[in-house]
Write a protein that binds this ligand. Structure first.
Ligand SMILES: [Zn+2]
Length: 250
Protein backbone atom coordinates (compact mmCIF):
# COMPACT_ATOMS: atom_id res chain seq x y z
CA UNK A 1 0.00 0.00 0.00
CA UNK A 2 1.22 3.48 -0.86
CA UNK A 3 1.25 6.06 1.78
CA UNK A 4 -1.19 8.91 1.48
CA UNK A 5 1.68 11.31 0.78
CA UNK A 6 3.00 9.15 -2.08
CA UNK A 7 -0.46 9.05 -3.57
CA UNK A 8 -0.71 12.83 -3.40
CA UNK A 9 2.70 13.25 -5.05
CA UNK A 10 1.69 10.93 -7.89
CA UNK A 11 -1.54 12.82 -8.42
CA UNK A 12 0.29 16.14 -8.55
CA UNK A 13 2.89 14.78 -10.98
CA UNK A 14 0.19 13.33 -13.24
CA UNK A 15 -1.64 16.65 -13.15
CA UNK A 16 1.50 18.61 -14.06
CA UNK A 17 2.44 16.20 -16.84
CA UNK A 18 -1.03 16.40 -18.23
CA UNK A 19 -0.88 20.18 -18.14
CA UNK A 20 2.52 20.19 -19.79
CA UNK A 21 1.15 17.99 -22.57
CA UNK A 22 -1.78 20.35 -23.09
CA UNK A 23 0.56 23.30 -23.33
CA UNK A 24 2.82 21.44 -25.77
CA UNK A 25 -0.21 20.67 -27.94
CA UNK A 26 -1.30 24.30 -27.81
CA UNK A 27 2.23 25.37 -28.71
CA UNK A 28 2.18 23.04 -31.71
CA UNK A 29 -1.05 24.67 -32.86
CA UNK A 30 0.50 28.12 -32.52
CA UNK A 31 3.52 27.04 -34.54
CA UNK A 32 1.11 25.94 -37.26
CA UNK A 33 -0.61 29.32 -37.18
CA UNK A 34 2.71 31.11 -37.54
CA UNK A 35 3.47 29.01 -40.62
CA UNK A 36 0.07 30.00 -42.05
CA UNK A 37 0.88 33.66 -41.41
CA UNK A 38 4.13 33.17 -43.23
CA UNK A 39 2.43 31.87 -46.36
CA UNK A 40 -0.24 34.58 -46.08
CA UNK A 41 2.50 37.24 -45.99
CA UNK A 42 4.07 35.55 -49.00
CA UNK A 43 0.80 35.70 -50.97
CA UNK A 44 0.04 39.31 -49.99
CA UNK A 45 3.49 40.48 -51.03
CA UNK A 46 3.07 38.57 -54.29
CA UNK A 47 -0.27 40.32 -54.95
CA UNK A 48 1.25 43.68 -54.13
CA UNK A 49 4.21 43.03 -56.40
CA UNK A 50 6.56 43.58 -53.51
CA UNK A 51 9.65 41.44 -53.01
CA UNK A 52 10.16 40.31 -49.44
CA UNK A 53 13.66 40.15 -48.17
CA UNK A 54 13.75 36.69 -46.71
CA UNK A 55 16.32 35.03 -44.54
CA UNK A 56 18.26 32.78 -46.92
CA UNK A 57 16.92 29.23 -46.83
CA UNK A 58 20.45 27.92 -46.41
CA UNK A 59 20.27 29.08 -42.81
CA UNK A 60 17.58 26.44 -42.24
CA UNK A 61 18.75 22.92 -43.02
CA UNK A 62 16.12 20.56 -44.38
CA UNK A 63 14.18 18.66 -41.79
CA UNK A 64 11.56 15.96 -41.79
CA UNK A 65 10.73 12.43 -40.74
CA UNK A 66 7.77 10.89 -38.97
CA UNK A 67 6.10 12.79 -36.18
CA UNK A 68 6.79 11.15 -32.86
CA UNK A 69 5.07 12.62 -29.88
CA UNK A 70 7.64 13.10 -27.18
CA UNK A 71 6.68 14.47 -23.84
CA UNK A 72 8.34 17.82 -23.30
CA UNK A 73 9.96 18.77 -20.08
CA UNK A 74 9.03 22.18 -18.72
CA UNK A 75 12.52 23.45 -19.75
CA UNK A 76 12.01 22.22 -23.30
CA UNK A 77 8.58 23.79 -23.37
CA UNK A 78 10.08 27.08 -22.27
CA UNK A 79 12.68 26.85 -25.06
CA UNK A 80 9.97 26.17 -27.62
CA UNK A 81 7.96 29.15 -26.40
CA UNK A 82 11.02 31.39 -26.68
CA UNK A 83 11.71 30.12 -30.19
CA UNK A 84 8.12 30.76 -31.22
CA UNK A 85 8.21 34.24 -29.72
CA UNK A 86 11.31 34.91 -31.85
CA UNK A 87 9.49 33.65 -34.95
CA UNK A 88 6.50 35.89 -34.24
CA UNK A 89 8.82 38.86 -33.77
CA UNK A 90 10.49 38.09 -37.12
CA UNK A 91 7.10 37.93 -38.84
CA UNK A 92 6.11 41.19 -37.27
CA UNK A 93 9.24 42.80 -38.72
CA UNK A 94 8.57 41.23 -42.13
CA UNK A 95 4.98 42.45 -42.23
CA UNK A 96 5.96 45.93 -41.06
CA UNK A 97 8.45 46.04 -43.94
CA UNK A 98 5.74 44.85 -46.34
CA UNK A 99 3.41 47.57 -45.08
CA UNK A 100 6.12 50.17 -45.66
CA UNK A 101 6.72 48.89 -49.19
CA UNK A 102 2.98 48.97 -49.98
CA UNK A 103 2.71 52.49 -48.64
CA UNK A 104 5.69 53.54 -50.72
CA UNK A 105 4.11 51.97 -53.80
CA UNK A 106 0.82 53.75 -53.13
CA UNK A 107 2.57 57.10 -52.83
CA UNK A 108 4.43 56.42 -56.07
CA UNK A 109 1.21 55.45 -57.86
CA UNK A 110 -0.45 58.61 -56.62
CA UNK A 111 2.42 60.67 -57.95
CA UNK A 112 2.44 59.12 -61.42
CA UNK A 113 0.72 61.32 -64.05
CA UNK A 114 -1.98 58.85 -65.12
CA UNK A 115 -5.10 61.05 -64.97
CA UNK A 116 -6.32 62.42 -68.31
CA UNK A 117 -5.52 66.17 -68.19
CA UNK A 118 -8.46 67.21 -70.37
CA UNK A 119 -11.75 65.36 -70.73
CA UNK A 120 -13.82 65.24 -73.90
CA UNK A 121 -10.81 65.75 -76.14
CA UNK A 122 -9.63 64.27 -79.42
CA UNK A 123 -6.13 62.89 -79.57
CA UNK A 124 -4.04 64.97 -81.98
CA UNK A 125 -0.32 64.72 -82.67
CA UNK A 126 1.28 61.77 -80.91
CA UNK A 127 4.64 61.78 -79.18
CA UNK A 128 7.73 61.50 -81.38
CA UNK A 129 8.91 62.76 -84.76
CA UNK A 130 6.35 64.66 -86.84
CA UNK A 131 6.10 67.42 -89.42
CA UNK A 132 6.04 70.69 -87.50
CA UNK A 133 2.56 72.21 -88.03
CA UNK A 134 3.93 75.74 -88.45
CA UNK A 135 7.40 75.33 -89.98
CA UNK A 136 6.32 72.38 -92.14
CA UNK A 137 9.62 70.66 -91.36
CA UNK A 138 10.41 67.39 -89.68
CA UNK A 139 10.63 67.99 -85.95
CA UNK A 140 10.42 66.22 -82.64
CA UNK A 141 7.16 66.36 -80.70
CA UNK A 142 7.95 66.10 -77.01
CA UNK A 143 4.37 65.62 -75.87
CA UNK A 144 0.84 64.57 -76.76
CA UNK A 145 -1.72 66.97 -78.21
CA UNK A 146 -5.35 66.91 -77.12
CA UNK A 147 -7.67 68.93 -79.32
CA UNK A 148 -10.50 70.37 -77.23
CA UNK A 149 -12.74 73.39 -77.08
CA UNK A 150 -11.13 76.62 -75.89
CA UNK A 151 -11.97 77.07 -72.22
CA UNK A 152 -12.30 73.33 -71.47
CA UNK A 153 -10.93 72.65 -67.98
CA UNK A 154 -7.40 71.26 -67.67
CA UNK A 155 -6.67 69.14 -64.60
CA UNK A 156 -3.52 67.91 -62.86
CA UNK A 157 -2.50 64.42 -64.03
CA UNK A 158 -1.25 63.53 -60.53
CA UNK A 159 -0.60 65.04 -57.11
CA UNK A 160 2.28 67.48 -57.08
CA UNK A 161 3.60 70.97 -56.57
CA UNK A 162 3.24 73.72 -59.18
CA UNK A 163 6.76 74.52 -60.34
CA UNK A 164 5.95 76.95 -63.18
CA UNK A 165 2.80 78.87 -64.05
CA UNK A 166 3.90 81.48 -66.57
CA UNK A 167 3.82 82.66 -70.17
CA UNK A 168 6.39 81.21 -72.53
CA UNK A 169 7.02 82.48 -76.11
CA UNK A 170 6.39 79.03 -77.61
CA UNK A 171 4.40 77.10 -75.01
CA UNK A 172 2.15 80.12 -74.34
CA UNK A 173 0.54 79.98 -70.92
CA UNK A 174 2.12 76.92 -69.41
CA UNK A 175 2.18 75.00 -66.16
CA UNK A 176 4.81 72.57 -64.91
CA UNK A 177 3.89 70.31 -62.01
CA UNK A 178 6.60 68.56 -60.02
CA UNK A 179 5.59 65.03 -58.93
CA UNK A 180 8.86 64.28 -57.14
CA UNK A 181 11.65 61.85 -58.06
CA UNK A 182 12.50 63.98 -61.11
CA UNK A 183 9.07 63.56 -62.70
CA UNK A 184 7.37 66.66 -64.14
CA UNK A 185 4.18 67.10 -66.17
CA UNK A 186 3.70 70.11 -68.48
CA UNK A 187 0.49 71.70 -69.76
CA UNK A 188 0.89 74.23 -72.60
CA UNK A 189 -1.03 76.73 -74.80
CA UNK A 190 -3.54 77.37 -71.99
CA UNK A 191 -6.03 80.22 -72.24
CA UNK A 192 -5.95 80.66 -68.48
CA UNK A 193 -3.69 79.83 -65.52
CA UNK A 194 -5.65 78.90 -62.38
CA UNK A 195 -2.65 78.04 -60.19
CA UNK A 196 0.51 79.78 -59.02
CA UNK A 197 4.02 78.42 -58.40
CA UNK A 198 4.36 76.69 -55.04
CA UNK A 199 0.75 75.56 -54.89
CA UNK A 200 0.02 71.98 -53.92
CA UNK A 201 -2.34 70.26 -56.36
CA UNK A 202 -4.21 66.99 -56.18
CA UNK A 203 -4.77 64.62 -59.07
CA UNK A 204 -7.82 65.89 -61.00
CA UNK A 205 -7.67 69.42 -59.56
CA UNK A 206 -8.49 72.18 -62.03
CA UNK A 207 -5.30 74.06 -62.96
CA UNK A 208 -6.28 76.05 -66.09
CA UNK A 209 -8.18 75.97 -69.37
CA UNK A 210 -7.50 74.87 -72.94
CA UNK A 211 -6.37 77.67 -75.25
CA UNK A 212 -4.19 78.47 -78.23
CA UNK A 213 -1.56 80.75 -76.73
CA UNK A 214 2.07 80.60 -77.89
CA UNK A 215 3.13 78.69 -80.96
CA UNK A 216 -0.19 77.00 -81.74
CA UNK A 217 -2.57 76.67 -84.70
CA UNK A 218 -5.77 76.17 -82.71
CA UNK A 219 -7.19 75.32 -79.28
CA UNK A 220 -5.48 72.23 -77.87
CA UNK A 221 -3.60 71.05 -74.83
CA UNK A 222 0.03 70.11 -75.36
CA UNK A 223 0.83 67.67 -72.54
CA UNK A 224 4.33 66.52 -71.63
CA UNK A 225 5.85 64.19 -69.06
CA UNK A 226 9.55 64.65 -68.33
CA UNK A 227 11.84 62.47 -66.25
CA UNK A 228 14.96 64.36 -65.13
CA UNK A 229 14.34 66.74 -68.04
CA UNK A 230 14.02 64.01 -70.68
CA UNK A 231 10.68 63.90 -72.50
CA UNK A 232 8.81 60.62 -71.98
CA UNK A 233 5.86 59.37 -74.00
CA UNK A 234 2.90 60.62 -71.90
CA UNK A 235 0.75 57.82 -73.31
CA UNK A 236 2.80 55.29 -71.32
CA UNK A 237 1.68 57.00 -68.13
CA UNK A 238 -1.89 57.81 -69.17
CA UNK A 239 -2.46 54.22 -70.26
CA UNK A 240 -2.11 53.18 -66.63
CA UNK A 241 -5.20 55.25 -65.83
CA UNK A 242 -8.61 54.09 -66.98
CA UNK A 243 -9.66 57.20 -68.97
CA UNK A 244 -7.06 57.14 -71.72
CA UNK A 245 -8.58 54.15 -73.52
CA UNK A 246 -11.79 56.18 -73.95
CA UNK A 247 -10.15 59.20 -75.65
CA UNK A 248 -11.38 59.71 -79.20
CA UNK A 249 -8.72 59.31 -81.89
CA UNK A 250 -8.74 61.42 -84.99
ZN1 LIG B 1 2.10 69.58 -78.92
Amino acid sequence: MLSLQQQETRKTRAYLENNLQLMATRLGELQGRVLQLDSLGERVSGLAGVKREKVPEAAKPGQGGPYLAAPLSSDELQQEIDRLAGDVEQHNDDLAFLEFKLLEKRVKDRLLPTTLPVKDAVLGSPFGPRIDPIAGLRARHDGLDFAAEAGAPVVAAADGVVLVAATHPEFGNMIDIDHGDGLISRYAHLSRLDVAPGMLVRRGDNIGAVGSTGRSTGPHLHFEVRMLGVAQNPAHFLKQGDEYALVRRR
